[in-house]
Design a protein around this ligand. Structure first.
Ligand code: GLU
Length: 444
């Protein structure tokens, strides 16, 4: 059996870390099996779907390194859904129902009050042809419900283990709305059948849906694919991520300077038994992926952890790999600057800050002007990476200062701040003239 998976975003917004995790689970699994990664654009909702969002999804996936093997748009496939709907109607498995939203609400409340499960009571199945004609003459348009078996659906979930769902506990799902548009349920099954999807890997919010869809697969004469339902992503404190997803869009993270492999490294491992460690290539993540490692508890996403992994990835990244992006950011210091400060950046955007500090103007922080001036006098004629050591030795001898008392005032004078990279290469980059001026308290 050759593996086919699909990542099926709706182009009604940008993709965010939650979607990326689902995409990765599909991509990493498929690639580990020599399988096919299908990008399915779920754009049956033609009102809310846009081509801009679709283009954004493609850009983000490609940027993350999840190149799809093929792509389908549901909006190109309505004729197939119509054919499937007709087949289900002919089999008596798709029936018209006429209740309004309010009527259904009332029905649910009533059932709850009677201690019954708040599921659709199937009144529509009792309608005669004459009843239907009358309702339609009143101007009512039917929506269409799939008739569940009211038996038990079982499957071996790749993540959740053995699953049993009694479809008598579910409402017959609406497949077609009164305005004739499709809900997600049927198109997804039709596509999974026709595109020969072998594994449906998605969030556990789809579990009940999967039971109904399993019956639709069978009703359409197909086998049910393997299911893998993974726990949802939540915030670091266990809260829902939904409100913050805007800032957790892939495009936002890219703008912030987060690396694609930092996002992949973290999201491939969140909620698994593997620790989240920086990985430089997708191949490494593919080799390490396994459904068995995915736990049952919600996976906690912490933006601080992402930044931490990002920093560690940058520390291992060569100049050649970031050259073009640094130039685009206006960072002109080239490889010497990269080597001097990369250990101190969290994101590539931070490089601009260091470029500005080295270029100046910087307001020196000087606590003891006499000491700083004396140090200035001892600066060697030309500066290279080893000058810092020679110079600070000379300053130590001349002033008797050592340790923090010696180094911190020099750092603060030269950088205008206490924190920063190793001073040797940085001093050379600042250059003699500017270094001397800063030690004298000049803003240069
Ligand atoms: N478009 C659906 C969603 O985003 C796809 C779910 C699925 O993978 O079947 O929830």
């Amino acid at each position: 059996m050759s593996v086919v998976v699909r990542f099926a975003p709706s182009p009604t917004g940008k993709i965010h870390v939650g979607n990326v995790r689902t995409a990765l689970q599909n991509y990493l699994f498929a690639k580990g099996q020599g399988g096919h990664f299908l990008l399915r654009i779920d754009d049956t909702d033609t009102e809310r779907s846009t081509k801009e969002y679709e283009a954004g999804i493609e850009k983000d996936l490609a940027w993350l390194g999840m190149q799809w093997d093929s792509k389908e748009n549901q909006s190109d496939r309505f004729a197939r859904y119509d054919a499937a709907a007709e087949a289900l109607k002919a089999a008596g498995l798709l029936y018209p129902a006429y209740e309004t939203g309010e009527e259904l609400d009332r029905q649910r409340k009533l059932r709850r009050a009677q201690g019954l499960p708040p599921v659709y009571d199937r009144s529509a199945l009792k309608l005669t042809d004459a009843d239907r004609e009358k309702l339609e003459a009143e101007g009512r348009k039917p929506h269409w419900r799939f008739k569940l078996s009211q038996e038990t659906v079982e499957w071996e979930d790749q993540v959740r283990g053995h699953q049993t769902i009694d479809t008598a506990s579910l409402s017959d799902p609406v497949l077609i709305r009164a305005d004739g548009t499709y809900l997600y349920t049927l198109p997804s099954v039709v596509d999974d059948i026709e595109l020969k999807v072998t594994h449906v890997i998605r969030g556990e919010d789809h579990v009940t849906n999967s039971a109904a869809q399993a019956e639709i697969f069978r009703a359409l004469g197909a086998e049910v694919p393997h299911y893998a339902h993974t726990p949802l992503l939540v915030g670091a404190d266990g809260s829902k991520l939904s409100k913050r997803l805007g800032t957790l869009a892939v495009s936002e993270l890219r703008e912030e300077g987060i690396e694609a492999m930092a996002i992949n490294s973290l999201l491939a491992k969140l909620g698994t038994s593997d620790p989240a460690e920086p990985r430089m290539t997708m191949d490494a993540l593919i080799k390490e992926f396994s459904f068995e490692k995915i736990g049952r508890a919600p996976a906690r996403f912490d933006p601080a952890e992402l930044r931490h992994i990002n920093a560690r990835i940058l520390h291992e990244t060569s100049y050649a790999e970031v050259k073009d992006r640094l130039e685009a950011l206006g960072v002109t210091g080239g490889e010497p600057l990269w080597n001097a400060v990369r250990a101190n950046v969290e994101t590539l955007n931070d490089m601009k800050t260091w470029q500005d500090i080295i270029d100046g103007p910087v307001t020196p922080e000087i606590e003891d002007a006499g000491f700083a001036e004396e140090a200035a006098k001892l600066l060697p004629g030309t500066l290279d990476d080893s000058s810092w050591g020679d110079w600070t030795n000379a300053v130590k001898e001349a002033t008797g200062r050592k340790g923090r008392d010696l180094f911190m005032p020099l750092r603060k004078a030269l950088l205008g701040q206490a924190q920063g990279p190793e001073m040797g290469p940085v001093l050379a980059l600042i250059g003699r003239e500017k270094a001397a001026a800063r030690l004298k308290g000049q803003k240069v």
